[in-house]
Write a protein that binds this ligand. Structure first.
Ligand code: NAD
Length: 504
């Protein structure tokens, strides 16, 4: 755990958020809008219906057409306010995340606050350059005396729908991209992480321009009311089932969508690895981050029959190093988010052909919503645990005779959001990169590719469509408008009828 904490601390320093502070709310009165927010805090206020959704979108569209969100200055002020909001409310945010998921404070600090802060910081550094039209060569003879450029223009009014597992990061990170690109935006956080949803709603109302940036809280009814509206883009992060609902709703208006979905992320482990380092990195990628409730976590491992016992022993040691002798007592693991997810995970463990495959862990406590880090060896491929995304602390290990067969095992399944390989074999690395299709991959570690701001983050096939992070977050919320400037000189008669000068 010491290594993880140090690493977290280094990342936090790099992103510019260093100290925990108590809440110190500051209102930005110049931005408070006369429009009354029609948000529905579940169970407290009146439900948010289709009429209110229509009125909200109309309002935001008018404000978009006023042109205010297009200026560089407006975008910068909003991003600065978000950074200040994060800095001044760390304690409040950490508490809400603890309430929702028992998220350990260092994880909340790094994964939710610091990464969001780093996104703002990067955009603030680069935005001016990104907004500049990009010159394009016009090298054809018929285009002499012309110039061409790509203009990044905002799309208009966009909708962001987010999940419960990183409820701050996955709500704000797309919103930051939408603001950077000059859009007005509505964000609908998950009702399952209701404490963070409420904090986010209150804070954004206080800190940013409410005439262009809104939060709508709620669940299916509220999201359905929003989805009935015409948006210029919908950015959805969540599961495949709801992804289909979002895409069907968007199709009615020909609205483009980004779907950030999940799936089963594999990790192949070779026998030539530094076993202790590999086991530590797998442990971190599986259990030390939201207790396995992470879309890019290791869903299952493939290794050889001979190596599996050594790998399991190494994982046992690393688990003990991270979470102590009794992981059920550890404060360094989030809990399962709610009882329906607890039951879903228990069902995966209890299936007939699976329950006798547990080789480590298996303890559970429904009253605490806790399941111990659990390893299962050689579960059948047609079991539920190998058919659906696990999204929890269960880790099946499949074995193969020859490690190269692992690629075929992965390719029999839908394309994952992330894929991992632990190996020192250069040929195997090349084969893996060339033959496994996945949203992204890290070789010899887990999850780290998502921290490289120059790399796009998104899925492929069933794990999603579209990507963001870094400049991709700006581009995904822009239309890349093709613009050609012509001179009145240099006209070419061949281009106009009559065509009798044409020789073929
Ligand atoms: P979910 O699909 O159940 O919910 C996501 C959002 O959709 C929530 O805001 C929810 O209120 C809304 N929603 C739920 N049912 C709806 C319906 N019938 N109609 C309209 N809206 C509805 O996802 P979740 O359980 O919150 O999150 C877990 C899933 O998200 C996992 O599959 C995980 O892999 C995926 N995920 C992906 C990423 C990524 O970046 N690719 C990140 C985190 C989570």
């Amino acid at each position: 755990m010491a290594t993880i904490s140090l690493w977290l601390l280094r990342r936090c320093r790099a992103s510019g958020v260093l100290t925990y502070k108590t809440n110190n709310v500051r209102r930005c009165s110049q931005f408070s809008s006369s429009y009354q927010l029609s948000t529905a805090t579940v169970g407290e206020k009146q439900a948010f219906d289709v009429d209110q959704a229509a009125s909200l979108v109309k309002d935001l569209r008018n404000n978009f057409h006023s042109g205010k969100t297009k200026s560089y200055e407006w975008r910068v002020v909003q991003l600065q306010r978000i950074m200040r909001m994060l800095e001044e409310n760390q304690k409040k945010i950490v508490e809400a995340l603890y309430k929702d998921l028992a998220k350990p404070e260092p994880e909340s600090f790094f994964w939710e606050i610091s990464i969001t802060n780093a996104s703002c910081k990067l955009i603030l550094e680069q935005l001016k350059g990104w907004m500049m039209p990009e010159k394009v060569q016009t090298n054809s003879a018929t285009m002499s005396l012309s110039s061409a450029e790509i203009v990044s223009e905002p799309l208009g009014v966009v909708l962001v729908i987010s999940p419960w597992n990183f409820p701050l990061l996955l709500s704000l990170d797309p919103v930051i991209g939408a603001i950077a690109a000059g859009n007005t935006v509505v964000v609908k956080p998950s009702e399952i992480s209701s404490a963070t949803s409420s904090v986010l709603s209150n804070l954004l109302e206080e800190y940013v321009d409410n005439s262009a940036i809104r939060v709508v809280e709620g669940s299916v009814a509220e999201t359905s009311a929003l989805l009935e509206q015409k948006w210029d883009k919908i950015f959805f992060t969540g599961g495949e089932r709801v992804g289909r609902i979002v895409m069907a709703a968007a199709a009615k208006h020909l609205t483009p969508v980004v779907l950030e979905l999940g799936g089963k992320c594999p990790a192949i482990v070779d026998s030539n690895v530094d076993l202790q380092v590999a086991a530590r990195r797998i442990t971190a990628g599986k259990w030390a981050c939201n207790n396995g409730q992470i879309c890019i976590g290791v869903d299952y491992i493939i290794t050889t029959k001979e190596f599996a016992p050594k790998l399991i022993e190494a994982l046992r040691n690393e688990l003990e190093a991270c979470f102590g002798k009794d992981p059920m007592e550890s404060k360094d693991r989030s809990r399962i988010v709610n009882s329906s997810h607890f039951k879903r995970l228990a069902n995966l463990m209890d299936e007939d052909k699976v329950s006798d495959k547990i080789v480590l862990g298996g303890q559970r406590d429904e009253s605490q919503l806790q399941i111990a880090p659990t390893i299962l060896l050689n579960v059948p491929e047609d079991s539920l645990i190998m058919q659906e995304e696990i999204f929890g602390p269960l880790l099946p290990i499949l074995t193969v005779e020859n490690l190269e067969d692992s690629i075929e095992v992965i390719n029999r399944k839908p394309k994952p959001l992330a894929a991992y390989l632990f190996s020192d074999d250069e040929q195997l690395k090349t084969k893996f990169v060339q033959n496994v299709s996945a949203g992204g991959m890290t070789i010899n570690d887990t999850r780290r590719h998502v921290f490289v701001s120059g790399l796009p983050f998104g899925g492929v096939g069933k794990s999603g469509m579209g990507s963001y992070h870094g400049k991709f977050s700006f581009d995904i919320f822009c239309h890349k408008k093709a613009v050609l400037y012509r001179s009145f000189a240099g006209d070419d008669k061949m281009s106009y009828p009559p065509y009798h000068t044409y020789k073929g």
